[in-house]
Ligand binder design. Sequence first.
Ligand code: URP
Ligand code: ZN
Ligand code: ZN
Ligand code: ZN
Length: 482
Amino acid sequence: MTLVIKGGTIVTADRTYRGDILIDGETIARIGEDLSGDETIDASGAYVMPGGIDPHTHMEMPFMGTHSADDFDTGTAAGLAGGTTMTVDFCLPAPGQGLIEALQEWHQKAGKARADYSFHMAITWWGQQVFDDMPKVVAAGVNSFKHFMAYKGSLMVNDDEMFASFQRCAELGALPLVHAENGDVVASLQQRLLAAGNDGPEAHAYSRPPQVEGEATNRAIMIADQAGVPLYVVHVSCEESHEAIRRARQKGMRVFGEPLIQHLTLDEGEYAHADWDHAARRVMSPPFRDKANQDSLWAGLASGSLQVVATDHCAFTSEQKRYGVGDFTKIPNGTGGLEDRLPVLWTKGVRTGRLTMNEFVAVTSTNIAKILNVYPRKGAILPGADADLVIWDPAATKTISAASQASAIDYNVFEGIEVTGLPAITLSRGRIAWRDGELRAGKGDGRFVERPAGAPISKALSTWKELVAPRKVERSGIPAGV
Ligand code: URP
Ligand code: ZN
Ligand code: ZN
Ligand code: ZN
């Protein structure tokens, strides 16, 4: 079976041009003019772009005494509805649990995914077994390891554990990721705020000021540099963290930064809302920031000091959020955004001139495909690439509303925002997965995407680090010791 997408304007990370795309089975076979196939999709007036890749989601995440409400079924459906064809979720071993056993659990949960997915492995504890399991995880197609510097008492790891893990990542050609917040200071501020009677959702933001994120980002960068490994900083929300990344990159360090669509467009004013539910629904870590930080994040995307826009999709219902009535530290942390990432970024980024269309493709798909070492199978419109495509109608508009979303939760943090530029069709490995509001992908249509270690940047950095490593000075005469 062949399929031709005819008459569209192809937009990739580096080019914009007219062309037809011939898809044979699951992959792109040819790009050219006047192509024909068994079936045709008319894309005239539309842009054809690589499907979005969201490298930061938490489906059915066991967290803060509950599980996030979107699972791999509803979560990947939300992704497809918004033009996202691949998600990367975090496998979270329980304390003392082996990494391979945890990976099997995540594979089990992901069996119902409607679009392709991959995993990062979280290092939630440290010991010989974790050290021994890491190469097995890499062999199983997971080349990235996540470290939480916050969530003291649950997911948090300390500097010595992080340094050990980062060194192991360097040996394995794997990429460490960090959630950068100083977890000790956060935990202490939380107690201080509660003791002072500050128990509402706004105190969540007070307990995690930008300084704790900036400090942790700097620390993680230093630890990665000492370990000789690249670093990926998830959910960069503020200038303090962006500044650390920018400075490191200028010094030649291989550091990547991922702002979220939420932090680019929503601010801390949400926590001042008189309605407790409204504020609690927006509780996530790091919290929404003073609006001034948004300019910094947008500038980072435009200048290249930040590379990827993600969602950290971790959706909890209003009922789940209410576990934290009277104690903000018990509000499950997380927000949704998978369905809205592309339309909101297009509206607030491309339509305002903050980003070019090519930069849009870079930060929603191509850059992360390269960083995670799945390019050009994913993130590209090239012969041989998976036919994960979004046919984008730049004139289509809608007002975002929970009432019409694919996500399982009962609200949307982007509620009421008008977007212009929406997917008309989302193709997943050559099949129409979503079209004009209708979900066509079935449960289980998604496949696990293996990501090999040894990405070009990892190899380049280890070559350099080996070249400049401390060397013992060989001496001819050594005085006798006393
Ligand atoms: O609040 C958040 N971000 N929840 C999900 C877990 C994490 O820290 O990424
Ligand atoms: Zn569980
Ligand atoms: Zn996080
Ligand atoms: Zn997350």
